[in-house]
Structures are given as C-alpha cells and as structure tokens.
Design a protein. Structure first.
Length: 270
C-alpha cells in the first residue's frame, strides 16, 4: 500500500493517508531510538551483572539498570587453544577470569598468529551462556603499552559512576522573596521612603550545591580553557562557606565531572 499511486490513496479517503503517515512516523522514531553502546567493564562487573540476572537466561545483561550488548575488556591471555576456525583462551584482568572464544576469518588468521599466553589484549564482544559462560569476541588487538591496562580500569570505573548517577538530577531551590524594609510613619522626624532590602539567597548544601557548581561552570566558564576560579565560585554561591564549596568541588573531581586547569584553585567541567 505504501507504493500505491496517489489516485488510489485519494479514493480511499483522508483516513488511510493519515494512518500511513502515522506508521511512517512511528517507524522513523523506532529507528532513531535504536542505540548501540559499547561499555568498558571488568570481569567482576560481568559476574555481578550475571548474578543480578539470575535464572532469566533470555534476559540481556544490565549494568546499573541499563541494557548493554557490546562490552570491552582488557586482560592477560591464559590457556590459549588454537582451533582451525577459532581461538579460545581465558581472559584474566585481576578482578576475575572468564572464557573467551574468537571465531576467525581469513583476514584475521594471519593477524593473530603472534597471539600467545601471557600477552595483554583488548577484546570487545558480548557475553554468551551456551555452551558455557564465555565472551563471544567480535574483535581483538594486542596492547601497545602497559598504561592501557590502567586506562581501561579508570574508564570502567568512570562509566559505572556515570550509569549510577544517570537518574540523579540536581535541583536548586528558588531564592526567597525580598522582604520589605521597616519604614517610619510619614509624619515622624527622620522619616525615610520605604525601601526594599536585597534578596536573601538560600544557602545551598549537598547535591544542590554540587549541581549549582556544575551549572556555573557550564554557563559562566563555558569556552574558557582556564575555567573558573575558586573565588568566583564562592562569590556566586554565597552564603555557602568556602570550605563547603571546596568540598563540593573535590567530590565532583572525584566523580570525574570536574578537573583542575591552571592550579588547584581553577576548575572546569568535563
């Protein structure tokens, strides 16, 4: 029916055309929402996700409430076994061990001839439960530097923190309304016109303070490589004390959302 001529659509009335347009819109939306992710993890994280899944073998692995299909792991090769069409080994990343199986194609057979036990590799693929628990490796490469092992661990921890805090939205309370200043009666000596006092700002704490810090860095400090100074942040976030502002910044630095620029008193958001 999508390929029908306009004369046929007109003969069927406006209802058919509207229905076809709605179907096309729904199909485009479904294609737009189809996201492919690749998550850096450790073997320990995979084991915990399998434990949360339990006996529901048909369910995919969920990491901190989100579905993840393609995973990235880094570790050392143990128990390497070469088959005519595949390579099997155990991947050890110091948090645990997991079996890995990589089916070769003609182009990859030569590239993996130098693969040996004791070599550190980076693999990406999906976890399979049959015939035994293993990683179905879609791609594999040897590491070029020992630093890549540490980098992967940092990326895995940072990704886990981001997923855990994905549902938390920092909220900032609205400022209080300005109160009217006390005024003398018009007939009394020294009478002065009524004036409005400056609005008293609410003191932010905890998550609200951290959210205000991020909002300031993303706004006033946007596009500035040096970011914003601690003094500027304290002035913007008054009456919050400097020690609480510094503690909020240290917590954001620890979470990977903020980093130092010029020195320990200048900050910029990621």
């Amino acid at each position: 029916m999508l390929g029908a001529p306009p004369s046929l659509l007109a003969s069927q009335g406006p209802g058919l055309a509207t229905g076809l347009a709605a179907q096309e819109g729904a199909a485009k939306k479904a294609r737009h929402e189809d996201k492919q992710t690749c998550l850096p993890v450790t073997v320990r994280a995979v084991e915990e996700a399998l434990g949360l899944r339990g006996d529901e073998a048909g369910e995919g692995l969920r990491f901190h409430g989100t579905d993840q299909g393609m995973l990235i792991l880094v570790g050392v090769v143990e128990g390497l076994v070469r088959q005519p069409a595949s390579v099997e080994f155990t991947l050890n990343d110091t948090t645990g061990r997991i079996k890995a199986r990589h089916y070769l194609v003609s182009q990859e057979a030569k590239a993996l001839q130098d693969l040996a036990e004791g070599q550190y590799v980076c693999v990406f693929g999906s976890v399979r439960a049959a015939p035994t628990l293993h990683v179905a490796v879609a791609g594999l490469r040897p590491l070029e530097s020992p630093d890549e092992v540490s980098y992967h661990m940092v990326e895995a921890a940072h990704a886990a923190l981001k997923l855990q805090k994905a549902g938390e939205l920092p909220t900032t309370p609205s400022p209080r309304r300005p109160a009217a200043a006390a005024a003398q009666a018009p007939g009394e000596p020294g009478a002065a016109p009524m004036e409005l006092s400056a609005p008293k700002r609410a003191r932010l704490e905890g998550a609200a303070l951290r959210g205000a810090v991020l909002a300031f860095l993303r706004g006033a400090a946007a596009g500035r490589p040096e970011g914003a100074s601690l003094a500027a942040l304290c002035g913007h976030l008054q009456p919050a004390p400097e020690e609480e502002v510094r503690a909020a910044l240290q917590a954001l630095v620890g979470d990977g959302d903020v980093y130092n620029t010029l020195d320990e008193n200048h900050f910029q958001c990621v």
